[in-house]
Design a protein around this ligand. Structure first.
Ligand code: HEC
Ligand code: HEC
Ligand code: HEC
Ligand code: HEC
Ligand code: HEC
Ligand code: HEC
Length: 379
């Protein structure tokens, strides 16, 4: 109460002084300058103009659905991640192995000599995950694909989503070939993040030349992830035939779309797009304005024709395992020796099977591989 009275009195005095000053013509002489005040406390570092954007993307409300989507995907819960303890598989089947591979700190070791291995095509050292292998193998997770932003100037530099790798990728099977999805609708090359894993393995060379080919494994083929090379239109065995092969990287799905655009587009359905990696029809209708075609014309029929021809020749089992001369799975002791064109037809069958898009990744290339492989076997 006492303070309140004091304040009231002060207010009255001050306001009367103000009144007095306004009406008076008296000008006082300026006194000497006072001592400098104490320096203020440093402010907290400012956030730049896009702070709201940072928060929108970094908030838990935004991330929780992403984490849920990831958990349901093959990336989060697939069975093949268990394979990543082995140095040969860790690059693509182990989060730590993938990070180590991209670090450039490790090179493959030749199992027989114990020295560094060299690439059969280039003679160069072969980048690798830790050649000692891993005690534990984890699925690729947020920290595998993402690390830190290259730039915060999103307006000029674009948002790289802090992806670990957006650089062009030299292919394992032939490092003289580089794929760079940045020269497409995907300007920053976000889809380059997928190539390291979704490419053919080094296990078997693509059959070329004129000599017979000796196949020593039931798993002959490019392994399970030839999607980036299919999109690019390379690394099939391009048998000559009546159907011409499209130019490299010429498919509209390659030039006008991208892995990330088709598999991670925005979707109104939580079970598609984004971190489910399931293509959403929303990603197709920008071009296929009446809805995407449900299949590559003729693919299913030609694929089954090729399958049946290979089975009839005794080259593959009904489920697609390559068979040796004895009729059971091919191996070192039970090899399959075939004319080059037949080996190429097997390679193409396995490539289209393992690509798992039923030709969608590159419809024209898929059709050419099928037609020409069928012709070669029917000769
Ligand atoms: C469109 C989404 C998006 C926007 C906008 C964005 N980020 Fe990120 N940022 C990411 C992703 C994805 C990661 C990967 C790591 C993660 O998930 O935390 C990341 C990682 C980071 C990291 C390193 C990892 C960590 O958690 O310490 C920092 C620091 C960061 N962002 C700061 C910022 C700042 C500051 C801004 C605004 C100028 C910003 N981000 C805007 C998506 C975004
Ligand atoms: C260059 C990358 C790469 C390497 C190296 C690699 N894989 Fe894979 N593997 C993949 C990809 C990508 C898939 C998933 C493809 C898909 O889902 O379409 C896969 C899938 C698999 C599958 C699941 C197959 C299926 O049809 O469900 C098995 C099993 C597997 N790999 C085993 C191995 C083993 C064992 C090794 C080492 C000897 C290995 N992989 C090395 C990329 C690789
Ligand atoms: C296989 C690689 C991969 C994994 C694993 C992954 N991301 Fe991403 N993430 C990407 C790519 C590629 C983009 C860019 C997508 C685009 O352009 O639409 C992205 C975009 C993002 C964005 C910004 C786009 C958006 O939808 O808001 C956030 C946030 C993000 N990721 C968080 C995460 C988190 C959290 C995890 C772990 C649960 C994770 N990511 C796991 C590849 C990955
Ligand atoms: C570290 C290697 C690696 C990277 C990087 C990677 N993938 Fe995969 N991906 C795999 C493996 C391995 C599988 C199979 C997992 C399983 O089912 O066992 C897979 C599965 C998939 C599948 C099938 C999903 C499912 O739910 O069955 C799609 C689609 C896919 N990846 C797309 C992408 C795209 C697009 C990118 C780039 C943004 C990418 N991947 C990056 C290794 C990788
Ligand atoms: C034009 C759109 C489009 C583009 C571009 C595209 N995909 Fe696909 N992808 C599809 C469709 C459609 C399927 C078939 C999905 C299905 O039937 O479940 C598919 C299938 C796949 C599968 C097999 C999924 C499964 O169920 O096992 C993988 C893995 C994959 N794509 C990875 C990639 C990668 C990596 C890239 C970039 C190199 C890519 N895709 C580019 C549309 C696309
Ligand atoms: C950038 C434009 C574009 C986008 C996006 C796109 N497509 Fe296509 N698609 C085309 C064009 C153009 C063709 C014709 C063949 C070619 O150029 O390779 C085609 C061909 C096809 C075919 C083959 C049709 C036939 O008769 O053989 C299928 C199937 C297909 N697209 C499915 C899809 C699916 C599914 C998606 C979305 C996941 C998609 N497309 C996204 C442009 C696009």
């Amino acid at each position: 109460m006492k303070n309140f009275k004091l304040i009231i009195n002060l207010v009255i005095v001050v306001s009367s002084l103000m009144f007095f000053q306004c009406t008076s013509e008296y000008t006082p002489i300026v006194g000497p300058a006072g001592a400098d005040g104490v320096d203020g406390v440093d402010g907290v570092d400012g956030v730049d103009a896009s702070a709201a954007a940072c928060i929108t993307c970094h908030s838990s409300t935004h991330r929780n659905p992403i984490i849920n989507a990831y958990a349901t995907s093959g990336h989060g819960s697939g069975g093949s991640w268990a394979r990543g303890t082995s140095a040969d598989c860790a690059q693509c089947h182990n989060n730590e192995g993938y990070i180590d591979y991209l670090s450039g700190n490790f090179y493959a070791i030749d199992g027989t000599t114990g020295d560094y291995a060299t690439h059969p095509v280039t003679g160069e050292l072969i980048p690798s995950a830790n050649p000692n292998g891993y005690a534990v193998s984890n699925p690729i997770n947020c920290t595998g694909c993402h690390t830190a932003h290259r730039s915060f100037d999103f307006e000029n530099d674009g948002n790289d989503y802090a992806l670990r790798n957006i650089d062009p990728v030299k292919l394992d099977l032939d490092p003289t070939i580089t794929i760079d999805f940045a020269n497409s609708a995907d300007a920053l090359g976000l889809s380059n993040a997928c190539i390291t894993c979704h490419q053919p393995r080094t296990s078997y060379p693509i059959p070329v030349g004129t000599a017979d080919i000796t196949i020593t494994s039931s798993r002959y083929g490019p392994h399970h992830g030839p999607q980036s090379t299919m999109l690019e239109g390379i690394m099939g065995a391009n048998i000559a035939g009546s159907t011409g092969y499209p130019g490299v990287a010429s498919s509209t799905h390659r030039t006008g779309s991208s892995c990330v655009a088709c598999h991670m587009g925005e979707s109104t359905v939580a079970t598609e797009g984004g971190h489910t990696w399931i293509p959403s029809p929303d990603a197709c209708v920008t071009c296929h304005t009446n809805g995407a075609p449900t299949e590559v014309a003729g693919f299913a029929q030609d694929f089954s024709t090729l399958h049946d021809l290979l089975v009839a020749k005794g080259y593959i089992s009904a489920t697609g395992s390559v068979l040796g001369a004895s009729g059971s799975n091919a191996s070192g002791t039970n090899p399959l020796v075939v004319p080059i064109k037949d080996a190429q037809a097997i390679w193409n069958y396995k490539t289209l099977e393992e690509d798992k898009s039923n030709g969608v990744h590159n419809p024209t290339y898929a059709k050419a591989l099928l037609k020409n492989s069928i012709e070669a076997l029917q000769d």
